[in-house]
Design a protein around this ligand. Structure first.
Ligand SMILES: Nc1ncnc2c1ncn2[C@@H]1O[C@H](COP(=O)(O)OP(=O)(O)OP(=O)(O)O)[C@@H](O)[C@H]1O
Ligand SMILES: [Mg+2]
Length: 275
């Protein structure tokens, strides 16, 4: 048999990975993930599967563990237990295929960096540090800024932008990475309606290109318009599946408890027959 004909087997530190637990057509497969900062887990025994093509929302109240879930999936914070696979590989092996846009409030820019520098950071993994000096790389970065409507701000210091403008620059950096899985933590937080439309346009075009987009999302009123898959979490996984069948009054009630008024729930969750 020729070498070419042999199937490649994904491994984790030399141990082969069970393909049933790590399907290659699943962008992010999570099994029994538990993360704890102290005694009480922030994320408890969570299973999730985000498909390779499509737009998924992660929905849950403040403190539900949404950001923690993303960070643990990325390996940025340690997990207490559980397995995470990205396109059938460990996150270590698949890191270059994942772009991450953190929750905006978590970044504080008090040193001088231009918008262009920030976007070019997204290209380093592909072109190496010296690549930043080349014309084509600058052109590519500029194109990504253009896609989010920020090309005019290329030479501005990142700290001198509004929150919504910074958010768009981070999205441009993620675009520059040319990833297959985009993890976004509240990409619409604190942005105006026009910016939200611009961002959702970019995310939908990523989906149309066959990429996986997973976004933490707080605005329950737009879940149906923006996403095709939803994952509801409150420390534990509450429900996951297609928006039409999963984004229901019952599941929202289980996720938010008494925090949402019944009338509000009825307006939002038209899946269970009210449409
Ligand atoms: N670095 C940390 N150290 C200790 N506890 C933390 C830390 N980060 C988060 N937590 C706690 O873990 C829990 C989950 O936090 P997380 O940030 O994942 O929530 P979230 O669902 O993203 O909330 P939000 O909607 O407010 O962004 C919260 O109770 C939070 O207080
Ligand atoms: Mg968060």
């Amino acid at each position: 048999m020729s070498r070419m004909a042999q199937p490649t087997i994904a491994t984790d530190h030399g141990h082969s990975i069970d393909p049933a637990r790590a399907p290659r057509d699943t962008a992010l497969a999570i099994h029994g993930l538990t993360v704890s900062y102290g005694e009480k887990p922030a994320v408890f025994s969570v299973d999730a599967a985000f498909k390779a093509k499509g737009m998924s929302a992660i929905v849950g109240p403040n403190g539900a563990g949404k950001s923690t879930l993303l960070k643990a999936a990325l390996g940025v914070i340690p997990r207490l237990s559980g397995e995470v696979y990205v396109f059938g590989e460990t996150i270590r092996d698949a890191r270059a295929r994942v772009a991450y846009v953190p929750q905006s409030a978590s970044v504080d820019w008090d040193f001088p960096t231009t918008v262009m520098d920030v976007v070019q950071m997204g290209l380093y993994r592909k072109v190496g540090l010296l690549g930043r000096l080349s014309g084509p790389v600058r052109a590519q970065a500029r194109e990504c800024l253009d896609r989010v409507g920020m090309a005019d701000f290329a030479n501005r210091q990142i700290g001198q932008l509004s929150g919504g403008q910074q958010q768009r620059v981070f999205l441009a950096r993620a675009l520059a990475q040319d990833a297959d899985l985009y993890l976004l933590d509240e990409p619409f937080a604190g942005v105006d309606a026009a910016t939200e439309r611009a961002i959702i346009g970019v995310l939908k075009s990523l989906k149309d290109e066959g990429k996986a987009v997973v976004a933490v999302h707080h605005d329950l009123a737009t879940v149906r318009d923006y996403f095709d898959h939803v994952f509801l979490i409150n420390v534990r996984r509450i429900a996951e599946g297609p928006v039409e069948t999963t984004f229901t009054t019952e599941h929202l009630q289980a996720t938010y408890g008494g925090r949402l008024a019944a009338t509000h729930l009825d307006e939002l969750a038209v899946a269970d027959g009210a449409r």
